[in-house]
Design a protein around this ligand. Structure first.
Ligand code: BGC
Length: 398
């Protein structure tokens, strides 16, 4: 069947190379397409001990738990709530804190516990551990929060309105928590944190001297965790349908890579492919999975198109990883073994159509692209249960 979403390996290499060079630009200065946001935390791999309260604000859910880190990592009292209400018009900053407080108060709140806050939106890290929201993504647009710290007002709200007494907070991106959690698997030359869920993004470590925009920052040196915000990448070789999805989105012109890849947008691409079929506007990635998992119930053309969109997403993710591996290769003398700690429901999904796992497409494509580049490196993709919660605790306890 005709595949308008097909990308050749040579097109994928264009994409990988373009991302590589845009990451270099992002490391040089602020305000570029790939933001490359440094996080000022040196995560400790060993010897972390203590207890943290952790929050995790994603594109769909808010979660809270108490995490003890030591010889054993223990997560207690995990509470979780769908928080898509924050995407409704008129939802305010106070509404957000109220919704969060309702969930947080279900925890047996420890006194004076530091907070590790996994915040899955672009934010500029501050040297005191807090972070300032740059802009919302994934359909959220709560007014008045951009340009302001995310952690401090939440701590104030909680101290005033709950029986918790908090002071210290570290706000980190979900790619950074994955990156940190990945350090629990030792023995690699380089680490990447990857999210492919409602949204998409990657993070890695770069030597500070490789990041011109922070090279002379006083009091900071060594390995810097960098949240790339790769979802905002505008890659070559997207289709007219991607242009349409972008034009009909609430953040037109931004997050184009995310719109071609992540769970929030796959259904929209599919609908754009069948403009005259009167498809339900609520058709989303879960809807596409349903088609791919119950092929007998749908038109062959639907099942195949859903699969082509799914497959392209995985191949684009592979291209972006290969782009980043090339950056790591020029930042460090010898990078042979790279670990990717991946999170996100789409990334770890599998479908009945063509009996496929998303991760298998990513792995196979990475191998092909690395071979074409004659790059002697291996990329291992792994998963850790509750990586975001553990990484958030590591952030504030390091
Ligand atoms: C956000 C990133 C986040 C990613 C995955 C994107 O929309 O901009 O900060 O890491 O989604 O959750």
């Amino acid at each position: 069947m005709n595949n308008q979403f097909a990308l050749t390996n040579s097109q994928l290499l264009d994409i990988a190379n373009d991302l590589k060079s845009k990451i270099e630009t992002g490391l040089q200065k602020d305000g570029t397409e790939i933001k490359c946001l440094p996080t000022y935390i040196h995560p400790k791999k060993d010897g972390i001990e203590g207890e943290a309260t952790v929050f995790d604000l994603g594109g769909t859910n808010f979660r809270a738990a108490v995490v003890s880190v030591g010889k054993e990592t223990e997560i207690t009292g995990l509470v979780e709530k769908d928080i898509t209400e924050m995407k409704t018009a008129g939802f305010t900053e106070d509404d957000l804190y109220n919704s969060q407080a309702q969930i947080i108060t279900q925890l047996n709140l420890p006194k004076n516990s530091p907070i590790g806050y996994c915040f899955s939106y672009p934010a500029k890290s501050l040297i005191n551990g807090d972070a300032e929201l740059i802009n919302w993504t994934k359909g959220v647009s709560i007014a008045g929060m951009a340009g302001k710290p995310v952690g401090e007002p939440l701590v104030e709200f909680l101290n005033k309105n709950t029986n918790g007494s908090f002071n210290k907070i570290a706000v980190v991106n979900d790619t950074i928590t994955s990156l940190f959690a990945g350090l629990m698997n030792p023995g690699y030359d380089a680490y990447i944190g990857l999210i492919v869920g409602t949204g998409t993004n990657m993070a890695t470590f770069f030597p500070s001297e490789y990041i011109p925009k922070i090279k002379n920052l006083e009091g900071w040196s060594g390995e810097t965790p960098v949240n790339l915000e790769s979802g905002n990448f505008n890659p070559p070789h997207l289709t007219a349908l991607d242009v349409e999805v972008d034009e009909n989105s609430d953040n037109k012109g931004f997050q184009k890579f995310e719109k071609a890849i992540s769970g929030m947008y796959l259904g929209r691409i599919f609908r754009a492919a069948f403009p005259n079929d009167g498809l339900d506007v609520k058709l989303d990635a879960a809807g596409l999975s349903k088609m791919m998992n119950n092929p007998q119930d749908y038109k062959l053309e639907y099942v195949e198109t859903a699969f082509q969109i799914y497959e392209r997403s995985a191949r684009l993710v592979a291209a972006s990883l290969v782009g980043l591996v090339q950056n790591l290769n020029s930042a460090y003398p010898s990078v042979k073994k790279v670990q990717v700690l991946a999170e996100g429901s789409l990334f770890w999904s599998k479908v009945k159509a063509h009996d496929t796992k998303y991760v298998d497409i990513v792995n196979a494509t990475i191998k092909e692209l690395l071979a074409e580049l004659k790059l002697d490196a291996t990329v291992e993709i792994s998963r850790i249960e509750n990586a975001n919660l553990i990484g958030a605790a590591m952030s504030v306890l390091s």
